[in-house]
Design a protein around this ligand. Structure first.
Ligand code: NDP
Ligand code: OXD
Length: 318
């Protein structure tokens, strides 16, 4: 019935706050870390974030693994991940709404060319420049129409953007038109001025943000050239292709929250490129209290024999 908190850095403040919040939520259980002595036979649940491979093996009464985030790709990197154990992820408003704030912020920054005015302010340069298009004149394409993509789509639509999505499977209840699968991918790209990547990292999506894709984005948009925002996973993108596409004018600007290697190397040209906005994988860093509350809710549902939210399809990888 106890909970193992399997993380890469046990002393991290966010981890310690999550552990404290979990103990408050479920005082009847022990919350332990892999680095301390504990009874492996008493662990029913693992809450994991970038855990050390092998650290959640040999737990004979394990019932479920909870990702402390929405993404689960780091779990699959563990060859000793217990098979046949249900995996759950975070799919709740605290995280979702933060991601939508990030997507809105960066779509608007690109719409209004804000980076240019930041540079101008530094130079005390009063240059109005061209009149920005209205949101309604700009087509946003969201790759990944799951929990995050749908919420961002609703909110982008509410401020006027012309939004479409792309997913693996067709949707009849999405807030915006959704293109599905490989067959409709090119049509989706051809109507996209701002491409927002909110995909999980799987074998099918790794490296998808590459030169071939950038060449297929709309060439007739009001921003001058297409813009990329990636807040999904760094493994989706080929950073050398992004830099080349910027230099060739195939992309006008990019916002990246995630990177091929994190933290981003000090030597990466992305840090200083004038058309690149870098954030440190914090698009939707969640409140530890909300995360612990959500995991406690998932556990209570499982123990009541009910379906818990956020169940991952292990075969699909997300
Ligand atoms: P969901 O599982 O709810 O949605 C995933 C979406 O991606 C679904 O619409 C799915 O299609 C689509 N998809 C998956 N594989 C493919 C494919 N091969 N081709 C086309 N579409 C595909 O996930 P969330 O929305 O909750 O989260 C998405 C990702 O965002 C996470 O996996 C994580 O990597 C990232 N993330 C990043 C954060 C950050 O701070 N930067 C924070 C939180 C999450 P379908 O609907 O057909 O299944
Ligand atoms: C997540 C993340 O997947 O923060 O939740 O990246």
């Amino acid at each position: 019935m106890n909970i193992l908190l399997a993380v890469s850095n046990e002393s991290d403040a966010w981890v310690q706050q999550t552990a404290a919040a979990l103990r408050r939520e479920m005082p009847e259980r022990e919350v332990v870390f892999p680095g301390e002595p504990f009874d492996r036979r008493m662990i029913s649940y693992v809450a994991a974030w970038r855990h050390k491979p092998g650290s959640i093996a040999n737990l004979p009464t394990l019932e479920a693994i909870f990702s402390l985030g929405a993404g689960v790709d780091s779990l699959w990197q563990d060859e000793r991940l217990p098979a046949d154990v249900a995996v759950y992820r975070v799919a709740q408003n605290d995280l979702t709404f933060r991601m939508s704030e990030y997507v809105l912020l960066h779509c608007l920054l690109h719409l209004r060319d804000q980076r240019r005015y930041d540079h101008q302010q530094r130079d005390r340069n009063w240059n109005v420049g061209r009149v920005a298009p209205l949101a309604g004149d700009v087509r946003v394409g969201i790759m990944g129409m799951g929990v995050l993509g749908c919420d961002a789509a609703k909110k982008l639509t509410a401020i006027g953007f012309d939004v479409s999505g792309w997913a693996r499977t067709a949707k009849s209840d999405a807030p915006v038109p959704v293109f599905a699968g490989a067959e409709q991918f090119d049509a989706f790209l051809a109507r996209t001025d701002i491409l927002v990547a909110l995909l999980p990292l799987t074998d099918a999506t790794r490296g998808i943000l590459n030169m071939t894709l950038f060449e297929k984005l709309a060439r007739d948009g009001r921003l001058g050239a297409p813009v990329l925002i990636n807040a999904g996973r760094g493994g989706l993108q080929v950073e050398a292709d992004i830099l080349n596409a910027l230099d060739m004018g195939l992309l006008k600007a990019v916002t990246l929250d995630v990177f091929e290697t994190e933290p981003l190397s000090q030597n990466s040209p992305l840090w200083t490129h004038p058309a690149v906005t870098v954030t440190p994988h914090n698009a939707a860093s969640s409140d530890p209290v909300a995360t612990a509350h959500y995991i406690a809710h998932q556990i209570r549902r499982i123990e009541a024999g009910e379906e818990a939210p956020g169940r991952v399809n292990r075969q699909a990888g997300y």
